[in-house]
Write a new protein. Structure first.
Length: 227
């Protein structure tokens, strides 16, 4: 194969995503939709779940996307599971690995392997409320605003550089369940495809732990959108 042909093939190759899930896959569906409408100039090469009953697998099947199940219970250590996970991911040589409701804490070696190519969405305005039960914690804290953050994954839990945040108001009638639904539908389903679109179009750079959009550094909260 000539160098010109290799260069053409590299140019023609679509930006490739591998999406990791554990559950219903509503964020996965928003990404599938955005790829199908060409908002995101990319293809989802595979969907991988650690649970065989994850409804997101059905979403992938309906969209004609290859699916894999790797049950974490079948491995005697986190590192052994992550090794198999990485081997499965590498079959597709993705440009970006997307965590979309993947309910596993990844090992440091796995995260470092994909540093700068691994993103997650978290249901809070980071750095507020890393970890679980974010909606109740926002209510308990008396917050007037809440939302979600898309960030690069680093070994520290929910502490990676933020790309984008979506912000909504907390109303007096909100409880943890209503707030979770609002954040998911009004925020997460909008900002995750947006972040992936920017990355696929090479508008996002990560340099020295700072995120740049169109070569301009973003603040620590990333690009904020109020809904």
């Amino acid at each position: 194969m000539s160098s010109a042909t290799r260069q053409k093939n590299a140019t023609d190759r679509k930006f490739s995503l591998v999406v990791l899930i554990s559950g219903g896959g509503s964020n996965l569906q928003s990404i599938i939709n955005a790829c199908q409408t060409t908002q995101i100039p990319a293809q989802i090469s595979a969907v991988i779940s650690n649970k065989d009953d994850a409804f997101g697998l059905e979403r992938a099947k309906k969209a004609g996307i290859p699916q894999h199940v790797i049950k974490h219970q079948c491995f005697n250590s986190r590192e052994a599971f992550d090794t198999q996970l990485a081997m499965t991911i590498e079959q597709y040589q993705p440009d970006l690995v997307v965590l979309a409701g993947f309910m596993r804490i990844l090992s440091k070696s796995f995260v470092e392997r994909y540093l700068g190519k691994l993103i997650n969405i978290h249901p809070s305005l980071l750095p507020r409320y890393p970890g679980l039960h974010t909606h109740q914690r926002a209510l308990d804290g008396g917050d007037t605003e809440h939302g979600a953050s898309v960030h690069f994954v680093t070994p520290e839990l929910d502490a990676g550089p933020v790309i984008i945040q979506g912000v909504i108001a907390i109303t007096p009638t909100d409880n943890a369940e209503s707030l979770a639904e609002k954040v998911l539908i009004k925020v997460e389903h909008q900002i995750y495809p947006q972040a992936i679109e920017w990355i696929a179009k090479h508008r996002i750079e990560l340099k020295n732990k700072l995120v740049y959009l169109d070569r301009e550094p973003l603040p620590a909260c990333g690009h904020q959108i109020h809904y």
